[in-house]
Design a protein around this ligand. Structure first.
Ligand code: 5GP
Ligand code: MG
Length: 179
């Protein structure tokens, strides 16, 4: 994409593979885990992680998706707030008693992850929830930290991170975009 490239396709693919091994290490030999990706971006990453786990372990893990959208609340002219709303869920397995690996491409304020945790626990009580994020761009507004991070990328609020996946963009790369 345009903007400054901070991860090449080789670097990004290598980082995802490293996260896959970290996830495998944390779930050990347990079959009792599932992967849940947050759309959009986290769903593509979740699918990639699941495919790589299948390659290494011979077993395809269960994968589900959460659709969480940021809404801008500008009811009051003086107060503009973004808040995440869970629009849809596609989780075709029982999360109760399972170790859930929650996956997103970028973690920023942490509000989307918080909404995802609410949505997940509405389905049942996972034995454990871990968070995997390819890019941590800082600026947290809630005490949410990934357990597995591809790369921490300090950003200005005036910048955003563009994550391109080969599955959807033709090639892997990460760029910093000035808004
Ligand atoms: P939050 O502020 O809730 O942590 O992030 C909001 C959501 O928007 C997350 O699902 C995250 O993937 C996405 N997001 C936040 N900042 C960026 C960014 O700079 N680039 C991309 N690609 N996604 C972002
Ligand atoms: Mg996203």
């Amino acid at each position: 994409g345009h903007g400054k490239e901070i991860l090449s396709s080789e670097e990004m693919a290598g980082m995802i593979t490293r996260m896959v091994f970290q996830v495998l290490e944390s779930v050990r030999s347990s079959d009792n885990f599932g992967i849940v990706g947050i759309k959009s971006g986290g769903d593509v990453l979740a699918r990639r992680i699941a495919d790589e786990i299948a390659k290494h372990s011979g077993k395809k893990p269960d994968v589900g998706y959460l659709d969480i959208t940021l809404y801008r609340d500008d009811l009051a002219q003086t107060q503009i707030a973004d808040f995440p709303v869970v629009k849809g869920t596609e989780i075709g397995f029982d999360v109760a008693g399972r170790h859930i690996i929650l996956v997103d491409d970028v973690v920023f304020t942490g509000r989307t992850v918080r909404a995802a945790l609410d949505a997940l626990t509405d389905f049942g009580r996972p034995s454990k929830i871990s968070l995997a994020a390819l890019i941590d761009r800082g600026h947290r507004e809630l005490p949410v930290q990934p357990d597995f991070t591809g790369k921490s990328v300090p950003t200005a609020l005036s910048e955003s991170v563009q994550v391109n996946f080969r599955e959807t963009a033709g090639a892997d790369s990460v760029c910093i975009i000035k808004k």
